[in-house]
Design a protein around this ligand. Structure first.
Ligand code: AHR
Length: 634
């Protein structure tokens, strides 16, 4: 080797060696098992929902009939088509003169000018991208109807396949009169293949006029509730162990315009008394899942309600001035709080009992408005303060969440929202590490890594998991956090916002990789964080270590968002742990990998056993991996 080559070699080594050493230098994570640092909020993980992406209608709310109340667009009645078998003749129009209730004071008028047994006339509904039918299942239906005379005869109801017009279930409803009345029916399928390529048909066999409204059909729902929720989606939500449900929004609470806000009083009681309303996400909401149904959903999944109330701002820069103008809105909220929590001796508690739920609900958190930093008038300070004073005067213990900082009064909790790329979350996992512990508590009421459509890819999941390690570390002040949006109907036109946690069509559903990360983080939560120190490790290695003191169990969550494996020496000080542990692993080979309706289990958590743990063990976190290591104390 000549001198020149030697010098070059030394120069190359001088550059390469530190990097090479960094590669081989072991990363050390020391955990002081006997030194708790802070409390973990037991309500840290929960759900945020609103009517977006067909989350309720065409989603969780199991109603199968789309536009069941015949809300019309100019001369069109969306999602309803005429049926003219053979030489039958029928026309339909919206009749503004007659309807079954004050809320539904109009109807669909069907005039059959020609119809007989072989040539039936009527309408069909294709559901929300299909009518999902399963074998040997009873579907319960109802409608409000009246006829111009007895001569119209019975209404025939059938569930029919799209492909060949075969009736899979049928029944009739007879006895229609010239007065409005609700009729109930049921349809039972036989040994069919599950499919959503079906539609509902209502026909008559005689000429005459039929008026219809609120045509409804339900499959068996979660916990067998009438007017209930889809079983598969409720099961997926239950697996997230959510501590709370924030509802009803989101933008859905505010509406684009003040008259389009969420008016809870129009969402309670019999369905026929609910007028429905336009949502800011560009479709009409049936309000079939109304205030009481939200609360029952909480009851079914043992979540506490986080009730968002309209705070006097709608998204088209419309606001209500604090002061006398706002008083009716504040009173409406006081009525709502009484409906939720009041005894049956109270006015609104009695209404709740009449609606079928005498027991009051427990309520801790109420949120005033949503994202009021968008209100350019700057009126939120005054609006929040007015709500705060009125609510606290009657409900001193309620915790009132503000949607932005407020100066005139100290909010109990502030709701922060983050929609970001994975790299942004990677760089900001320490976001709350230095937050003032004497200020308001934090509710991260909406957050998500927005990569992947309609649901997150694994790159997003890594961003989510990294962010959640920061949430856990700071859950002494972060009382609650929720991914948003939660649900998306993946059919064309179903999604208004990407990226969403759980996808579905009429028949099937799947959890995204991020869904499984949520399940892992909330299942292995713990109640205190432990003193720990990470030495080495690159900018894409994240962790959280907590302990479940009742179970004497440690949870170590490791997120390796890098494209290379990461080996770590984990040292436990201060207490002896079991030699064996459980490893729950979620990983993928690339950031673009994901789950879909067709491939729902590409990326799911896998469990295995870790051996020879002792007071120190060597662990290699695979590239692109999220893992929880559970070890019992001795
Ligand atoms: O989650 C989607 C929307 O994002 C919510 O409705 C709104 O609060 C936020 O801007």
């Amino acid at each position: 080797m000549n001198q020149k080559t030697f010098v070059l070699l030394i120069a190359i080594m001088a550059v390469m060696l530190p990097a090479a050493l960094a590669q081989v230098q072991p990363v050390v994570l020391t955990i002081h098992v006997d030194k708790p640092v802070s409390k973990v909020s037991p309500t840290l993980y929960g759900l945020m929902t609103e009517e977006i992406n067909y989350s309720y209608d065409g989603g969780l709310y199991a109603e199968m009939v789309r536009n069941r109340t015949f809300r019309a667009r100019r001369r069109d009645v969306p999602y309803w088509l005429l049926v003219e078998d053979g030489n039958a003749q029928v026309k339909m129009e919206i009749d503004q003169q007659t309807g079954p209730s004050e809320a539904l004071n109009y109807s669909l008028r069907l005039e059959a000018t020609q119809a007989d047994a072989e040539n039936q006339a009527g309408v069909l509904n294709g559901g929300y991208w299909g009518m999902p039918l399963k074998p040997n299942t009873i579907y319960k239906g109802s409608f409000y109807a009246k006829a111009d005379s007895d001569a119209l005869g019975a209404v025939n109801i059938e569930l029919v396949t799209d492909a060949d017009g075969q009736a899979l279930a049928s029944t009739t409803v007879s006895g229609l009169t010239t007065a409005w009345k609700q009729y109930h029916f049921s349809l039972k399928t036989g040994a069919i293949q599950p499919s959503s390529a079906n539609h509902l048909v209502l026909t008559v066999k005689h000429a005459g006029t039929l008026w219809l409204n609120l045509v409804s059909l339900f499959p068996p729902a979660y916990l067998d509730r009438d007017n209930g929720n889809r079983i598969d989606l409720m099961q997926k939500l239950a697996a997230m162990h959510p501590a709370f449900l924030r509802f009803p929004g989101g933008n859905y609470l505010e509406g684009d315009h003040i008259p389009e806000r969420y008016e809870w009083k129009k969402t309670i009681g019999p369905q026929v008394d609910r007028p429905t309303h336009p949502s800011p996400w560009r479709y009409n909401s049936s309000d079939g899942l109304g205030l009481l149904e939200f609360l029952e959903w909480c009851e079914d999944l043992k979540m506490q309600p986080v009730l968002a109330v309209y705070g006097g701002y709608s998204m088209a820069q419309e606001h209500v001035n604090p002061g006398p103008d706002l008083d009716p809105y504040v009173q409406d909220t006081l009525d709502e709080l009484e409906y939720v929590t009041g005894g049956t001796e109270t006015k609104w508690g009695a209404v709740r009992a009449q609606n079928g739920h005498p027991e009051p609900f427990r309520l801790t958190y109420v949120e005033i408005g949503n994202e009021d930093f968008f209100d350019r008038s700057g009126s939120y300070d005054g609006r929040y303060a007015q709500f705060y004073k009125a609510i606290k005067a009657k409900y001193a213990d309620l915790q009132l969440i503000a949607t932005m900082p407020v100066k005139s009064i100290r909010p109990d909790v502030i709701d922060d929202h983050y929609y970001r790329r994975a790299t942004e979350f990677f760089r900001d996992t320490a976001h709350y590490d230095k937050t003032d512990r004497h200020g308001p508590k934090i509710f991260v009421g909406e957050w998500a890594t927005r990569e992947g459509s309609p649901t997150p890819n694994f790159g997003a999941t890594l961003g989510d998991a990294a962010w959640m390690t920061g949430l856990e570390r700071n859950s002494d002040i972060i009382v609650m956090a929720a991914y948003a949006p939660l649900l998306v109907n993946v059919n064309p036109g179903g999604m208004q916002w990407e990226t969403d946690l759980i996808g579905y069509d009429a028949l099937r559903s799947y959890g995204s990789p991020s869904y499984y990360a949520q399940v892992m983080f909330s299942t292995y939560l713990g109640d205190e964080t432990l003193d720990s120190k990470l030495e080495g490790g690159g900018p894409k290695l994240f962790y959280s270590v907590t302990k479940d003191t009742k179970k004497n169990r440690l949870y170590l969550k490791l997120v390796n968002a890098a494209s290379t494996p990461q080996s770590i020496n984990v040292k436990f000080a201060g207490a002896t742990l079991a030699n064996r542990g459980k490893l729950v692993m979620l990983r993928a080979h690339g950031t673009q990998a994901t789950n879909t309706l067709e491939e729902p289990t590409n990326i799911v958590p896998r469990e295995s056993t870790l051996r020879n743990i002792g007071s120190e063990f060597h662990y290699t976190a695979p590239a692109y991996s999220i893992q929880v290591i559970q070890i019992d104390g001795r």
